[in-house]
Design a protein around this ligand. Structure first.
Ligand code: PEP
Ligand code: MG
Length: 604
């Protein structure tokens, strides 16, 4: 009956990337998103089932051993809990269902187990009886043990050179069997690092309960160029495993179990948006020049060196923002050394084949935490506001050895092609001096060691209002500036960009934001220095005319956004736009005033 009641319900959130995705829901508990999700080849299904059963038997032996070794005076409850766990290990509702998922859906054992855990957890949540409801924790513990055992067995097999399980298999390998429905991932929350794991994944769309449009989870989802909705609050509670979902990425809506008519309507829209994409794709090699002959630089934002291929394919003229912190995340706190970083930067530089690569120094903190935090540091993060704390350049300057290591890696990569170093979250001239000194020392260290390195340009991110207000002074020290509008809006309006509860107040059109943008672009122009916007505004076509009117000539965005921004650029006349800028800035509704400036794209 529940299913019938839930036909066609809509869950509202915030759109992350455009387009429509239709697929079956895969619910993933936030604590379990780091479990590998991949499909098993038809020929290996029996092996995977056996792998699960071996883990089950090993955990059963471990529990039986625990019970046997229990001191005689141990409380009876402990033995009873072990018995419950042993029972669960042999219960069809857990192991039987997970085996069925391996056999019928080709899920790997970890995925099958965590999917079944999700189903059971919901059943427990709905139980009236408190005692039974609390048994949920037991299932979680049992699954936790099984997952640990699967990982341990893989590690052991890998050490012996045997190829089995998630330690060896590529996470989320492509589907290799027909008839499987497309899948949409539904989670309460996904950290940016875990989101990155899904980059080459089996999922065709995402829904999360939390997050704002410019949260880093949303940014990574957008870079994957698949429809996603964040901040959908109740989604993971309302949606059930295997529900059919439509993700309307344009409207930020998720439709659960759509009726046939609604489904047909969305399938039609899906085809339309594919046609639109194909049409935009044709612009890939068209130079981005306005009607009045202004050449506009369209650059790519990337998270990993492997993304450079997508940047080139989309026609990017370089990388305007390489978020190096993604090399630091999702590795259990072990930071990448100089050589590992150098190789990543060099790979991006080489892949871009002579086009400039802007590498940002590590920007951890706030919604991109390092797992390295000690319990004490974690308490600190929770007690204080991490967005205002030791993040980005503040963190780098507090770890000078780590910072110089990163700078050395970047300087070495610069021997392979043009590199620009970009420093996030600067606000103080003392920080600027410290950065200059660190860069100088890093150069000196490389010279002393006789290691080759290349020339770099140095740039500052303007993403704190204080930096925008002293941009003239900052420009004396830097070769270029790049405006991080995601944070600039957050800090100007005092709105946490990751908090869906205040997302309606996160307003890039706010006159204060527009004024900071205008004066930064104007100051860079007056100083004859390059200025770019690398926040999400750059890739959102509704802002293209406004930014061109302000004099911006360099935009950096997800590769997937480049074609639609280019379309706007090709129809724009910067002279006309600049003339009406004062009217837009003065308007009560600058968004409406600006939208009147966009020229329609002629229909073919
Ligand atoms: C920004 O703040 O606009 C930006 C580009 O940096 P990030 O989104 O990584 O904070
Ligand atoms: Mg930022």
């Amino acid at each position: 009956m529940r299913y019938i009641e839930r036909v066609g319900i809509q869950v509202f959130g915030m759109q992350v990337s455009r387009g429509v995705a239709i697929g079956r829901a895969v619910l993933v508990a936030s604590s379990r998103v780091d479990v590998a999700h991949y499909y098993i080849d038809a020929g290996r299904l029996d092996d995977e089932g056996a792998r699960l059963m071996r883990a089950r038997d090993a955990v059963a032996r471990e529990l039986a051993g625990l019970k046997q070794d229990m001191p005689a005076d141990a409380p009876a409850e402990v033995a009873a809990v072990i018995d419950v766990h042993l029972m669960m290990l042999h219960d069809d509702a857990l192991i039987g269902a997970a085996r069925a998922s391996i056999r019928d859906r080709h899920y790997n054992a970890e995925w099958a187990l965590s999917a079944q855990l999700e189903v059971l957890a919901r059943q427990f949540d709905e139980m009236e009886d408190v005692y039974l409801r609390e048994r949920k924790a037991d299932v979680e513990q049992v699954v936790e043990r099984l997952l640990r055992e699967l990982a341990r067995a893989d590690e052991q097999a890998a050490a012996q050179g045997v190829s089995v399980g998630s330690a060896i298999a590529a996470p989320a390998a492509a589907r290799d069997f027909a008839g499987e429905d497309p899948l949409v991932l539904v989670a309460s929350d996904i950290s940016p690092a875990d989101m990155l794991r899904f980059k080459r994944s089996v999922f065709t769309g995402f829904v999360t309960d939390v997050g704002g449009r410019t949260s880093h989870t949303a940014i990574v989802a957008r870079s994957m160029d698949i429809p996603a909705v964040v901040g959908a609050r109740e989604a993971s509670r309302l949606i059930r495993q295997d529900d059919w979902l439509v993700i309307d990425g344009d409207a930020g809506v998720v439709v659960v179990n759509p009726s046939p008519i609604v489904l047909e309507e969305y399938r039609f829209r899906q085809r339309q948006s594919e046609l639109e994409r194909a049409r935009l794709d044709r612009l890939r090699h068209t130079p981005a020049v306005t009607l009045d002959g202004q050449v506009i630089e369209l650059l790519a934002n990337i998270e990993l060196p492997g993304d450079a291929a997508a940047a080139l394919a989309a026609g990017a003229m370089g990388v305007g923002l390489f978020r190096s912190e993604f090399l630091f995340m999702g590795r259990g706190g072990r930071l990448p050394g100089e050589d590992e970083q150098f190789e990543a930067y060099r790979d991006a530089v080489v892949a871009m084949g002579g086009l400039p690569v802007t590498i940002r120094t590590v920007d951890v903190g706030a919604d991109k935490p390092l797992e390295r935090l000690t319990p004490q540091e974690l308490r600190h993060e929770h007690a204080f506001n991490p967005a205002l704390g030791l993040r980005a350049i503040r963190w780098s300057l507090s770890e000078p050895g780590m910072f110089r290591q990163q700078l050395r890696a970047m300087l070495r990569a610069a021997a392979f092609g043009p590199v620009r170093i970009l420093v996030p979250m600067l606000a103080h001239l003392s920080e600027v001096r410290a950065v200059e000194e660190s860069l100088e020392r890093a150069r000196q260290q490389l010279s002393d060691a006789g290691r080759p390195f290349g020339p770099v340009e140095l740039g500052a991110m303007i993403e704190i209002p204080a930096a925008a207000l002293i941009v003239e002074r900052l420009l004396r020290h830097f070769d270029f500036v790049s405006i991080g509008t995601n944070d600039l809006v957050q800090y100007t309006l005092a709105i946490d960009r990751s908090d869906e509860a205040v997302a309606h107040l996160y307003d890039s059109w706010h006159p204060a934001v527009l004024e900071l943008l205008r004066r930064t672009i104007a100051a860079a122009g007056a100083a004859g220095k390059n200025v770019s916007v690398c926040g999400e505004m750059a890739g959102d076509p509704v802002f293209t005319e406004l930014l061109l009117a302000m004099g911006l000539r360099s935009f950096s965005m997800h590769p997937a956004c480049i074609a639609s921004i280019k379309q706007r650029v090709l129809r724009a006349d910067t002279g006309v736009l600049a003339a009406v800028l004062p009217q837009i800035l003065e308007a009560d509704d600058p968004a409406a005033a600006s939208s009147r400036l966009a020229r329609p794209w002629p229909a073919h």
